[in-house]
Design a protein around this ligand. Sequence first.
Ligand code: CA
Ligand code: CA
Length: 199
Amino acid sequence: MKAIKLLAVLTLTLSGFAQTQAAVVLHTDTYDGHVYKLIADDSGSRISWLDAEAAAVGMGGHLVTINDDAENAFVLGAFSAAAISAAAGENGLSLWIGLNDFTQEGQWVWADGSALSYSNWHFAEPAATFADEDFVGMTVFDWWSGPAGKWHDIIGDWRFNDVTFGVVEMEAPIPGTFWLLFSGLFALGFVRNRKQLRI
Ligand SMILES: [Ca+2]
Ligand SMILES: [Ca+2]
């Protein structure tokens, strides 16, 4: 009996660690040596910040860390059209970025662990009108209070009908051609060394 209980706990723990969030990639682009992906839930619909971050980690990245105006403009420009298309006419559209104060209220941090050195908040944001406004979205449309691309804090569920898709950022994979060239040079060096030994 005790062994069965232990096994059940172990199985739960293992499945907890192994759990990855299913998501679909709506669009992919690259910028400054990084790969970015717009993701929705596995049916192509809006995804929560926590699910989007879990899916991002499963892909080997995190929700995007935005370091400056240029990266902010890239994200808006690269993913607006695909997000608008996936939202299918629904209002309240935002793109999840990695910024959040989920762990400690008022302590804004990026999902990848980096400190906040650049921000692009909308006028009067973060508002923290509700206790669970812990996740930051980038607006896709102009607001009365500012242009598209500005940030606002959003509640943790969808009780105000926000439509949210995630933007994942990850390191670009090392291209296969690089390894081919590298191994070719290595082989060439080996042949040369052998020749030198014979002399
Ligand atoms: Ca970045
Ligand atoms: Ca908050």
